[in-house]
Write a protein that binds this ligand. Sequence first.
Ligand SMILES: Cc1ncc(COP(=O)(O)O)c(C=O)c1O
Length: 394
Amino acid sequence: MSRDDEVARLVSRHFKMDKPETGLPLAVSPIGPDEIAAGINTLLSGWLTMGRQVQEFEAAWAAEVGTKHAVCVNSGSSALLVMLSALVETGLLKRGDEVVVPAVGWSTSLFTVAQAGLIPVIVDVAEDSLVLEGEWDRPVLAVHLLGCPSRAVGPMIIEDACGAHGGKIAEKKCGSIGVASAFSFFFSHHLSTIEGGMINTDSLPIADAARSLRAHGWIRERSDAALAAAASPEIDPRFLFVSPGYNLRPTEITGAMGLVQVPKLEGFVAARRANHAAWCVAIDALNLPLRVYPESPGTSHAAFAFPMLIDADSHLDRRTVCGRLEEMGISTRPISGSNLIRQPVFPKVVGARVEGPTPVADAVHERGFFVGQSQEFTEIYLDRLVEGLKQAFR
Ligand SMILES: Cc1ncc(COP(=O)(O)O)c(C=O)c1O
């Protein structure tokens, strides 16, 4: 028996997936025996730092999303930072340019815009989807929040697809719509490499800039490395730096786990999307003072998590509802950063400003919450959620 087979056999013998007997967990990790065996085999291979497996994962992910290039990094937040910095590095955006950012998003959706030297202009999200919609006169960061595709348009679309693997607008997959996009492969996501992220783009200059920015600013892995080396013949090309970069590289374990996961994504997303639709119908039918968010017309929801909004005139506030759900083992969270302008960090986000009122984001901030979603959730989990919500609003 080969070493790989031996590892696979041992891992499947010892692998245990915890599925709670009651309640609803926030997430079920998609990391199973195949991914663990791939990780162990990578550790045993002796090549641990970014190499061939990361390259193969990048190629598989570019093909999956439908872009020419994909550049792997160590988290979704890193992907956002590298992507936005690459837009500045390539001159597609200039330092000080304004970027429209939804008031409801993840914290680093906002921070990385400022960290890249751009000015975040915060606007409200749409009432029906809780994401940015409509037409804008400046570049937009379309955050596909909790898997709901953002249909915002503008002179440049930049996608935060960190939670929208497999989502679509018309037939275009999230991550292939804008000039560049960022994905996260954190533990709880559709596809997971424990931590991890990816920048997708059709632009070779953006991909090259991202390759330098993720790894010290050097020229390795750039398509134009030979050209850059020839332009600075006095410097050893192994340590030739062309961009003020970071070190946000993934390890080979990320590549190995990702490669095992990519072929599973379509099935995972189909299961999540079907759950999302069924959950919307079942919860709506309860006639509770609670709003759900069905898929927007013309889109295919990636169903990362399941958001709900308690009515303003409900007899119960969010603290009570979520407290009761948690007591029943149903995990809840606020809807990401909720209204980011109301977070204590907001004054520290350099240059950020607000444009217009944000009543929807305020409602989310005060009355919104989400429960988990997973490809592993069968009807039993919906029954538990329905029963839990009935009890919570009693
Ligand atoms: C919309 C969005 N942006 C960014 C991130 C950050 O990704 P990571 O946790 O991999 O840094 C997340 C994480 O869930 C997210 O949902």
